[in-house]
Design a protein around this ligand. Structure first.
Ligand SMILES: NC(=O)c1ccc[n+]([C@@H]2O[C@H](COP(=O)([O-])OP(=O)(O)OC[C@H]3O[C@@H](n4cnc5c(N)ncnc54)[C@H](OP(=O)(O)O)[C@@H]3O)[C@@H](O)[C@H]2O)c1
Length: 275
């Protein structure tokens, strides 16, 4: 496991990676700083085309909330800071409407420096009220993906898609958002929304942050619609493990991302290499 240290120098470099296409392999960094570059660098990169990453914070027993719905916050302080860093590195953050209704998140960047991402809610039936915190103006784009004709407040963009049996095609969601200029996307939850992208094979990365608490009951992080029958069929992504302090992150890469984004400058061992 690699302990990370997100010093101002590291964060500046990551902002340069995102903004200017800088590398994150060169320079003098401590081992923990270099580990921070390794976990966030693949998210900050723009040279590999569109990126879809999901992040979920869960307890030791795999829960994301209590049975009564208390979900603030499962993650520890460093886990929350980690989430805000991810927000600052992507173009847009996606949540399902249940999270928007239950948690009233703002999806803004508050625990680190950086721009607010576009805030995107998948709300096929148009259930989200116009005064939801996630729709409050904050200088960033606000987008609702819906399958009904419902007017939204001025400044809120609507991506209108067609549902089949109440479901929106995750690929159409990504294609629509890419067409709106949003290429790096963080799916922040909840579990239903993340597994929709996971099962469609559309996640480049999945980060599962585990906080040291046991809740005992309540909604679980990821539950797929098409579970495997044997362990040999289980997804086994290329995974690196990072220590945040309060929480541990399993950083999983799928498909091409497991090969391209992690090499040559992202692959452990965490050594400095020239570009
Ligand atoms: N710990 C964490 O990291 C974290 C993060 C976020 C949320 N949470 C917790 O997770 C819980 C909510 O999560 P959840 O999994 O139940 O729900 P969710 O993912 O927040 O929202 C699911 C809903 O979003 C809509 N949706 C998402 N993808 C869709 C698609 N492809 N096609 C059509 N509709 C789609 C549907 O809305 P309709 O129901 O209108 O059809 C669906 O029922 C809350 O307890 C929240 O506190 C935890």
């Amino acid at each position: 496991m690699h302990a990370i240290d997100v010093t101002p120098k590291v964060w500046d470099r990551l902002q340069s990676v995102r903004r200017d296409g800088a590398c994150f392999c060169c320079g003098q960094f401590t081992t923990a700083e270099r580990a921070a570059l390794q976990i966030y660098g693949p998210v900050a990169r723009r040279d590999l085309g569109p990126l879809t990453i999901a992040q979920i914070g869960q307890s030791l027993d795999g829960r994301v909330a209590t049975a009564s719905g208390d979900a603030r916050d499962v993650s520890g302080p460093e886990g929350l800071a980690h989430l805000h860093r991810l927000r600052a590195l992507v173009d847009g953050v996606i949540i399902g409407v249940k999270t928007a209704l239950h948690d009233n998140p703002r999806l803004t960047v508050r625990l680190c420096s950086g721009d607010n991402p576009a805030r995107i809610v998948i709300d096929p039936r148009g259930r989200l009220p116009d005064d939801a915190p996630v729709l409050k103006p904050c200088g960033a784009r606000r987008i609702i993906i819906q399958a009904v004709d419902r007017e939204r407040s001025a400044g809120v963009e609507v991506l209108r898609l067609t549902a089949a049996n109440g479901r929106l095609d995750p690929q159409q969601i990504l294609t629509g958002l890419h067409g709106m200029g949003l290429n790096s996307l963080l799916v922040e939850g909840g579990g239903l929304t993340i597994t929709g992208f996971l099962e469609a094979g559309l996640l480049d990365r999945l980060q599962v942050s585990i906080a040291p608490l046991i809740i005992g009951a309540g909604p679980q992080g990821l539950t797929t619609m098409t579970p495997v029958q044997t362990l040999s069929q289980a997804l086994r992504p290329e995974t690196r493990v990072f220590g945040l302090g309060s929480d541990i992150v399993f950083d999983c890469a799928f498909g091409d991302m497991a090969v391209s984004a992690n090499t040559p400058m992202h692959r452990p061992p965490l050594v400095s290499a020239a570009c």
